[in-house]
Design a protein around this ligand. Structure first.
Ligand SMILES: Cc1ncc(COP(=O)(O)O)c(C=O)c1O
Length: 444
């Protein structure tokens, strides 16, 4: 598409979108026209490896044939239906999801987006406990709905949104790389002692829940240290609170286990699922135990949306679970993780701007710094890497929190072949080493 025509359309019809981690405005970025597997193509036919998995929701690759077949079948039979009746695909998705949940998690309800699911999970925790206050980590992203989920999204600039929802406050994320006591053996306890000393003084009523991602993805791909989540759950339970796990980005295989919490030797009380749950269509779920469901519903709990239980999205959800199980994608994600981490460790020897590498399964973060000693975040370098990779046919994002946008987030689909992984990693290495050379020349 002609660049001028795109700009005219954007200027005339679109509410402006903030630049985020990109160097160029949205009107100067590629216009996506189609996709096939791990690749997307722009309107000029240029191919890009999609190592952002779309908006983290194309972890099965784009247009998986099995998903396409299910959606087509649904379009030809029934795609939308009243949620006040059951439908065949909805019943099947409850069963299939229930079968792969970690017990005692068993029951689910469906919504549309990840933010919906978090809103509904918070409400469920409040109704099940009779409490109000909800804690989230100060680098977390839990959604963009204008009240509850934004208020629990401390990794963005919360002050931008005016009034925050009552009963929402932050605790310290266990960010070992930047914590003054990140290297200490009792880091987990120190982090939680500080967090709950403040939280206990903040509580306005009875506390209801603490919410956490198994890997803090948008905040900068922070993997909590071993034992942190288990200890967090204990502190929550000591106060009568429930542990909500937001598995939007980590669920359904992405970390190399079916669920991110399976790395932690715990089961959450409530869990949310979204992103590639619909293999490309929007559907999300709140999952919990029969006992918690019964308590919440007994206190008036319900959550729904007009399109939440549509046969078309439920059929897509069933296809997603089929693909993950039949193609062994959980194991494949673990194998991709090993391959990517080995390559990143090697890159770290050569590229001094890499301060830290983190990740699990297909979800990886490369933290870029001006200097390994000062750890000053290299935001501009991260932007340049994203831009250069994009020009070379590789899509990825820069993420972070609190003014830092210096973590290159790499999320190749779980269906990527070794050749595709190697191609993407080689493009990334080239971009990093070219930019490193340019910076050295500028500094000289
Ligand atoms: C961890 C996490 N939770 C919730 C959400 C919100 O999901 P959605 O954009 O589908 O509302 C996101 C979005 O990226 C997310 O990363």
């Amino acid at each position: 598409m002609d660049a001028r025509a795109v700009k005219e359309l954007v200027d005339e019809w679109m509410i402006p979108t903030p630049p985020g981690a990109y160097m160029a405005g949205i009107e100067n970025r590629p216009v996506i026209a189609r996709a096939e597997g791990v690749a997307v193509y722009d309107t000029n036919g240029k191919r890009y490896l999609d190592f952002g998995s779309g908006q983290m929701a194309a972890a099965l690759g784009h247009n998986h044939p099995r998903y396409v077949a299910s959606v087509k079948r649904s379009l030809e039979t029934i795609s939308h239906s009243t949620k006040t009746f059951l439908n065949v695909d909805r019943l099947e998705l409850h069963r299939r999801l229930g079968e792969i949940l970690t017990r005692p998690l068993q029951k689910s309800l469906f919504l549309v987006s990840g933010s919906d699911a978090i809103e509904a999970a918070v409400d469920m925790a409040r109704k099940a406990t009779g409490g109000v206050d909800v804690l989230a980590l100060n680098m977390a992203l839990h959604g963009s709905t204008s009240f509850v989920t934004r208020s629990l999204t401390f990794g963005w600039n919360r002050s931008r949104h005016g009034l925050a929802a009552p009963g929402t406050s932050a605790i310290l994320a266990p960010y070992a790389y930047r914590s003054p006591f990140g290297d200490e053996p009792d880091f987990v306890e120190k982090c939680l002692d500080l967090s709950f000393e403040i939280a206990d003084s903040n509580f306005t009523g009875r506390p209801a829940a603490v919410i956490v991602e198994p890997v803090l993805s948008a905040g900068g791909v922070v993997v909590p240290p071993p034992g942190y989540i288990k200890a967090l759950r204990q502190r929550a339970h000591d106060r009568g609170m429930l542990l909500i796990m937001d598995e939007s980005q980590t669920g359904l295989g992405k970390t190399g286990r079916m669920w991110g919490h399976q790395h932690e030797d715990i089961v959450p009380d409530i869990m949310t699922v979204s992103k590639h749950f619909g293999a490309g269509l929007p559907v999300s779920a709140v999952c919990t135990t029969p006992a918690i469901a019964e308590r919440a519903v007994g206190n008036g709990y319900f959550a729904t949306r007009s399109h939440a239980c549509d046969p078309i999205v439920c059929a897509a959800g069933v296809a997603s679970i089929d693909i993950i199980q039949e193609e062994g994608l959980v194991e494949r994600a673990a194998a991709i993780g090993t391959r990517v981490q080995a390559e990143l460790r090697d890159m770290m020897q050569e590229i001094e701007a890499i301060g830290d590498i983190r990740g699990r399964g297909v979800l990886h973060g490369i933290e870029l710094v001006e200097d390994r000693k000062t750890k000053a975040p290299a935001n501009e370098l991260a932007r340049a890497v994203v831009q250069q990779c994009q020009e070379a046919g590789l899509l990825l994002q820069a993420r972070g929190s609190h003014g830092r946008l210096n973590v290159i987030r790499l999320v190749p689909p779980m269906t990527s072949s070794d050749d595709e992984i190697d191609e993407g990693m080689s493009t990334l290495r080239k971009a990093l080493s070219t930019l490193q050379k340019t910076r050295r020349l500028q500094a000289a």
